[in-house]
Write a protein that binds this ligand. Structure first.
Ligand code: ATP
Length: 351
């Protein structure tokens, strides 16, 4: 089911949680809404679900204007972080619940509902657990049952709000991989909310990065990571160093030292560099100079911080064998970077 969101806005008692959001989701896509707390991800998801209604704008499901339709009319399945299963019902009854409360005319027989529940338990890889109760399942198993329950109504769209947020890191990673496989098998148009950039970049076909009730960028993991549309996106999806530079005649100068070339027009800019895109320069060669204030191992790399005279700390991620101890004076150069308007400063970067 294609979903088309146009100029969507949502106000709560005068507070604008969403501003003029437009987004096209293609049938069968797995889309992540990614952003910090309060950026409007859940509000957008709830508007798509029909749990809230827009203050302005429209939501279309295919050709149909769904903006003011109820959750049932939209036929969406959803799973929340803490969408508790009914404790007093068996797993099979939980999964069949949505079907068993349908009006008589469209309600399947009890036998049919049991058959569907068993099929869905196979699909979410919990075969034979239908007679258990939620308390007899692990957290990860419960979320898989919640997904089976969402799928039971044969939804046109599957909406997930931090579905694995309450689980520990290992189970979370397993379920991520599992959700991707499940999606590839069933092909449901799926929108999920997360504030975890790894989860979004690993799982989604396209990521929607949100900040302060607006969409900052929509793109593949590669687009978001390698071609960030704004300083916010660059900083949100990885660590970054931000340095004031001047572009003049195609050269990028940092406090008088030329670091590289650009086709940008002349003027002040902010240079955004990832820690692993900085390299050491040999003695005396031009670079960004500073004193090593921290050096530690991290997996297969060395993380070094240098204190610059004018611009605070810069973080480098170097190969494990790279030299440099606390107190050494070293200089570095960026291999790759992004230039943004000079107004972008550390203060704008998300924490
Ligand atoms: P989180 O990751 O913390 O869930 P989020 O990106 O999903 O954050 P939303 O829950 O969409 O953000 O909230 C966006 C803004 O709207 C927040 O400032 C929030 O306080 C506000 N908001 C959301 N729902 C309501 C409501 N029912 N009444 C008033 N304000 C609300």
């Amino acid at each position: 089911m294609d979903i088309s969101v146009r100029h969507l806005a949502k106000e709560f008692d005068g507070f604008r949680a969403l501003h003029d959001v437009s987004l096209d989701i293609r049938s069968g896509e797995l889309i992540a809404l990614l952003g910090p707390s309060g950026s409007g991800k859940t509000t957008l998801l709830r508007l798509i679900a029909g749990l809230e209604f827009p203050s302005a704008g429209t939501i279309r499901f295919g050709q149909e204007d769904a903006s003011l339709k109820s959750v049932q009319e939209r036929n969406v399945g959803f799973v929340f972080q803490h969408y508790a299963l009914f404790k007093h019902m068996s797993v099979a009854d939980n999964i069949g619940f949505g079907l068993s409360v349908r009006p008589r005319a469209t309600r399947p027989s009890r036998a049919e509902i049991r058959r569907r529940a068993a099929e869905l338990l196979d699909l979410v890889q919990l075969p034979g657990l239908g007679e258990r109760y939620p308390a007899q399942l692990s957290g990860g198993q419960r979320q898989r049952v919640a997904l089976a329950r969402a799928l039971a109504i044969e939804p046109r769209v599957l909406l997930l709000d931090e579905p694995f947020g309450a689980l520990d890191a290992k189970v979370r990673r397993e379920l991520r991989r599992w959700l991707r496989e499940l999606h590839d098998r069933t092909g449901h148009t799926t929108v999920f909310v997360t504030h975890d950039q790894d989860e979004a970049l690993e799982l989604a076909d396209r990521v929607v990065v949100m900040s302060q009730g607006r969409i900052e960028q929509v793109g593949s993991a590669a687009d978001i990571h390698d071609r960030p549309a704004s300083p916010f996106v660059f900083s949100f999806v990885g660590s970054s160093n931000i340095l004031p530079v001047e572009v003049r005649g195609g050269e990028i100068a940092y406090r008088g030292t030329v670091l590289g070339r650009t086709e940008d027009a002349d003027g002040p800019r902010s240079l955004f560099v990832r820690p692993y895109d900085l390299e050491l320069v040999s003695d005396g060669a031009p670079g960004i100079g500073g004193t090593v204030s921290l050096a530690r191992r991290s997996g297969g790399s060395r993380i070094i911080e240098i204190e610059t005279p004018d611009d605070g700390r810069i973080e480098l991620e170097l190969p494990a064998e790279a030299p440099g101890s606390v107190g050494d004076r070293i200089a570095v150069r960026p291999r790759r970077w992004h230039l943004f308007e000079a107004a972008a400063s550390r203060a704008d970067a998300p924490v």
